[in-house]
Design a protein around this ligand. Structure first.
Ligand code: AHR
Length: 633
């Protein structure tokens, strides 16, 4: 039984209580949320990203009409730009018939591209040719067997031996989950290609360079209050040194400046989770997405101390100064007016209005806690003196307890840190038995950002344990201010981490039971906690957990004495119907019914609600009547 005392008030629940943790893990970005269909579009894949990769991963050669040639990925002085150094050089030897073509086919991600009949697709490529009269690029979407998926191929006329961007659009005339894209040319001579791209026109909010609609909509349906990005381990692993041509670290920490501006100028990077990240989804796109779904943006920047098993300190005072400067520039990029240097870059990308950044995280799970904290203080000092309105968040390492964790909290308390990011992944029993974790936290110390957590598994029992645990988070809403389940996304063909909240293949996506739990809590967040206690006989083996949230409803009406009677007035059940609540259902578009204090309460009477009594077939013998008294006041 649950005892609720409505006269007592608990803590208010922050509007930012439930958000999402987004990391480019499990191919969450390329091959996932980022709607680009071409894999390895800029020929930058390398064995540093993944030992199985070559610059031609996902590409193969193709010819028609007896044409032949060679296809080579090169990095030479003819490159597209210093950030996008590799390109494809097709050398056509002029053999074959007049209509013959030689070129390449891209197989997309997983089994192939998902193309839908009747939908528009936008093709683009950077290209040039040394053929004096130019050449025609033939661009054809096909399925795995080579059958065309468009009424006719796109024909793109290439002219001149300087890099230019060429575009075209086609409508798919059939659907396929094994789509391929062929790009081939005729004649004799050299054709250079880079940034070969195919996007569905239909992206989330119809944004160009946008996001896959089904995935973005599933995320939006959570109604998350914040979006933490871009990770996780991808933030602070690899070399801390920045991209500088010609010799640059191929596996670098996530440096936000690499990820903005025209996509063809974003140098790709090896992702900690074993693949290449194109940065097509970059900081601008994440800020825009946060705004589109009504979430507060919460970026996390690297600290010069690596975590996630790499555990290394980069001792370079000049580099540290630059990272701190980059963090201030990031705040200006997000919040500065369009007349500031970085605010102007945001405006040039299409968003003159500021994004409204209020929180920023420094680092992720650094086990070298003292070294990390020394740097954290430098970042915080700089941010607070320039932007006192921004909360700077530190973190407590990779565990839920232990020496690193204790030391991180000790340092955080001593330096009056505003908020500390905790991460933990444990079995469901841990979540059931640790519901009281935050009951004993020091109310005067730093607040908690529970930035990553999940019970280990994607079964119903896991999500039930998480739900029980979340009641403990709500009960401690005065100290636990932000929480996010992790990770958010998983492409089922590239899984580095389980469990995950939303799963997908190329064509479809589905939420795990944990997704439903998160959605339930995020969409029904109370304003304040009403103290309650739960008990049971017999006593269960794991503690009973519960929390009661009070929401402020526009209007509500209570009905007392609701009863179901037969025609002669004898009660079939009712009056104290609360014990039989399972036999009552509601229908209606909005609002809801609940049993409270012996009364049946209809919330939000602006909605049409019908109380439905669920009975069995034996009831058909009765002439049923419902009696209810509307409570006055
Ligand atoms: O969420 C997956 C990983 O778990 C994150 O990258 C890291 O922060 C944590 O260890």
């Amino acid at each position: 039984s649950l005892k609720i005392d409505p006269t007592r008030r608990g803590p208010t629940i922050s509007d930012t209580m439930y958000g999402i943790f987004y990391e480019d893990i499990n191919r969450a970005a390329d091959g996932g949320l980022y709607a680009e269909l071409v894999q390895n579009r800029s020929f930058e894949y390398s064995s540093v990203d993944n030992s199985g990769y070559t610059p031609l991963t996902a590409w193969s050669t193709v010819s028609t009409g007896g044409a032949s040639g060679t296809a080579e990925v090169v990095d030479d002085a003819e490159r597209l730009n210093e950030h996008n150094r590799h390109y494809l050089r097709l050398s056509l030897d002029g053999s074959g018939d007049a209509a013959g073509t030689y070129g390449v086919v891209n197989s997309g991600y997983n089994s192939g591209m998902f193309l839908e009949s009747g939908k528009k697709y936008d093709f683009s490529v950077w290209a040039r040719t040394d053929q004096a009269r130019g050449t025609t690029l033939t661009v054809s979407p096909t399925d795995e067997s080579g059958a065309s998926l468009a009424a006719k191929p796109l024909r793109v006329e290439l002219r001149g031996d300087r890099w230019s961007k060429y575009t075209g659009t086609f409508v798919a005339r059939a659907s396929s989950t094994t789509g391929r894209l062929t790009v081939a040319a005729g004649g004799a001579g050299t054709v250079r290609l880079d940034m070969v791209s195919l996007f569905p026109r239909d992206t989330f909010m119809n944004r160009p360079n946008g996001m896959r609609r089904d995935l973005a909509e599933k995320i939006a349906a959570l109604r998350p209050s914040f979006l933490r990005f871009p990770g996780g381990c991808i933030v602070n692993t690899g070399s801390m040194y920045p991209y500088r041509a010609p010799d640059w670290p191929r596996a670098r920490s996530y440096q936000w400046k690499d990820t903005i501006g025209p996509v063809e100028r974003r140098a790709t990077n090896a992702n900690f989770w074993g693949y290449n990240q194109s940065y097509g989804l970059g900081y601008y796109e994440y800020f825009q997405f946060a705004e589109d779904i009504g979430a507060m943006p919460l970026p996390v920047v690297p600290s010069l101390v690596t975590g996630c098993g790499q555990n290394h300190v980069t001792e370079d005072p000049e580099l540290l100064r630059q990272y701190v400067r980059d963090t201030l520039d990031l705040i200006e990029f997000a919040n500065g007016s369009a007349t500031t240097p970085w605010g102007r870059k945001r405006a040039e990308m299409g968003h003159p209005k500021p994004f409204g950044l209020t929180h920023i995280g420094i680092g992720n799970e650094e086990p070298l806690v003292d070294e990390y904290f020394e740097r954290f203080l430098k970042f915080r000092r700089a941010v607070e003196s320039a932007h006192p309105e921004v909360t700077v968040i530190s973190n407590s390492g990779p565990d839920d307890s232990g020496p690193v964790f204790d030391r991180a909290w000790e340092l955080g308390r001593s330096a009056d840190v505003g908020m500390i990011d905790e991460h933990y992944y444990n079995d469901p029993e841990w979540f059931l038995t640790n519901n009281d974790r935050y009951d004993s936290y020091d109310r005067k110390g730093p607040k908690v950002f529970l930035g990553e957590y999940a019970s280990e598994g994607n079964r119903f029992y896991n999500s039930l344990a998480e739900a029980a645990y979340m009641t403990g988070l709500e009960r401690n809403a005065d100290i636990v201010r932000l929480t996010s389940y992790a990770p958010l996304l998983a492409n089922e063909d590239y899984v580095q981490w389980e469990p995950d909240m939303i799963w997908f293949d190329n064509a479809t996506s589905w939420g795990s039971t944990s997704y439903e739990t998160q959605k339930l809590f995020m969409n029904n967040i109370g304003d304040e906690v009403v103290p309650s206690t739960a008990s049971s006989t017999p006593v269960p083996s794991t503690p009973i957990t519960g929390s009661v949230g009070l929401s402020t409803w526009a209007t509500s009406v209570a009905y007392d004495d609701v009863a179901v009677t037969s025609a002669d007035g004898s009660a079939l059940f009712g009056d104290d119907f609360s014990g039989e609540a399972s036999q009552w259902r509601k229908t209606g578009e909005r609002g809801s019914w609940s049993v409270s204090n012996g009364a049946y309460v209809q919330h939000d009477t602006s909605a049409e609600n019908t109380l439905v009594i669920a009975g069995d077939s034996a009831w058909s013998d009765y002439d049923l009547h419902v009696r209810a008294t509307k409570r006055s006041g």
